[in-house]
Design a protein around this ligand. Sequence first.
Ligand SMILES: Cc1cc2nc3c(=O)[nH]c(=O)nc-3n(C[C@H](O)[C@H](O)[C@H](O)COP(=O)(O)OP(=O)(O)OC[C@H]3O[C@@H](n4cnc5c(N)ncnc54)[C@H](O)[C@@H]3O)c2cc1C
Length: 383
Amino acid sequence: MSAIASVIGHGNPVSAEPRGEPGAELKAELSAWLDLHAEALDTDSSRAADVLPQLAKAGLARVGVPDALGGSGGTIGDAILAIAAVARHSLTAAFVLWGHRTFIEYLVQSDNETLRDRWLPALLAGHVAGATGLSNAMKYLSQIEPLQMRASPSGAGWSLAGTLPWITNLRLQGFVVAAAFEHECGAPPSIFAIEHDAADVARSADLDLVAMRASNTAALSVNGTVLDDASRIASDARAFLVRVRPAFLGLQCGMSVGLAERALAEVAVASAGSRAVLAAEAADVEAQLAGQTKQLLDGVLDGTFREQPAALFELRIALAKTVEAAVALEVQASGGRGYLRGTGATGGTARRVREAAFIPVVTPSLVQLKAQLAAYYDGTAAR
Ligand SMILES: Cc1cc2nc3c(=O)[nH]c(=O)nc-3n(C[C@H](O)[C@H](O)[C@H](O)COP(=O)(O)OP(=O)(O)OC[C@H]3O[C@@H](n4cnc5c(N)ncnc54)[C@H](O)[C@@H]3O)c2cc1C
């Protein structure tokens, strides 16, 4: 039984019928598309425009969003499972869904109803891409670096300036991105939603990535863009980030869950000889993954991770180790075939090695989390 299925099968707190697993027909169509293009999504940007529409067509942007807001209901746990389900096929697509769904979560949790009403329908339908440029803000929250964006008063609003070097899902066809700004007047930093065609907004060319090249990852500059309160997601960035961090990180952990699960599934279909040798190790990793997945879903739903962020930091680190172990087992199980392009047990072993390399890098990175945990335990950390 898979890690996710075993959680669901043993009293998953999310729902008996997880909405993260879309209906069979949609699931089959999306799975087939992802399997067909997973290598290309990783190695070139030719299908970058198609990823979000495919995910949205399968209803994944709506998972865990209240019905009253146009979603398909369920919880953030269901949205995590949806990202895991996509990551089983393609981490590039799962990361696009992470950025998109995380931006949607900002709007769901924002007090700014006008902003929510303005953007949510187009985001849920996948007509506009949601992006989260909050790595810098998350590092700021952990006292690692200052905010790189500045806001100065301008008429009834603020003039915004600065550059964010890495943002995913900056879809060329249209996006809206969250970024945090330091206020020159001394007010607390706040978070704005910046749309792609606002004046003085510039998206760079796609970054020349070694992998995940269809993720629409680019730098974004604003240079005198004027926005007012109607475009503010949160007027107090620090309080808002603490509030959304469990969802931000929890959705990210969905990528680890799905990737590890797929690698273990590949071990399970390897040749009988290698399977027999690796069976005990694979069973250990699978049990770890099932336990961590349950802890993840329980923690995001029962408020544990808001009260004890360190527990979520530890879980994100533990899941990264599980991914590493699962992919290492897949490499061993696949043998030489895994080293040939387009082959491997059922294909994709080398790609999953590259995908696994991304897991420790994404903000908050493992280095950052380890530093943050050390500070928690010696009592010097900010929340
Ligand atoms: C493909 C891709 C897509 C990305 N998409 C997004 C996105 O959509 N949105 C977004 O906001 N960001 C995104 N990022 C940015 C990503 O999250 C960064 O890699 C991350 O912010 C680390 O920044 P850096 O590489 O500049 O780290 P550096 O500043 O060079 O630091 C190296 C490592 O050490 C850690 N570190 C540095 N100083 C400290 C310290 N004092 N204490 C503890 N740890 C420290 C950093 O977190 C990092 O892990 C993306 C990156 C990649 C590769």
